[in-house]
Design a protein around this ligand. Sequence first.
Ligand code: 9YT
Length: 133
Amino acid sequence: MIVRSLEEIQNTDRDVRANNGNWESRRLILNDDAVGFSLHDTIIHAGTETLLWYKHHIEAVYCIEGEGEVETTETLKSYPIKAGTVYLLNGNERHWLRARTTMRMVCVFNPAVTGNEVHDADGSYCPGAEHHS
Ligand code: 9YT
């Protein structure tokens, strides 16, 4: 069994900030834990909009604080997000994430994020940086 707290991973290499300053991702469970998924406690800063595209992952995002919206770039369909709402990117949808207030999200990725991925200009996680176990 693994027991880990947010407190103990803060300001370690499991605590990752976006280059553009839009979000901070605290990775509680990662690929090296070898369980097939990763679990992140993520802060999306108020007033930001971020283009994201997980071409190689399925992501579930459960909002536990704040409000904003998610919009798919293909259909231009926008969904309001607030505490208690989950969205599931089960079709690898490219999307905009907009935070009206600071949002706190619990994110689950399958396959697990390794920690080496970087967001490309097109919003995707660079596959070259992925190492699946
Ligand atoms: C909700 C979302 O996709 N935020 C971007 C950061 C990402 N979840 C990560 O690397 O934790």
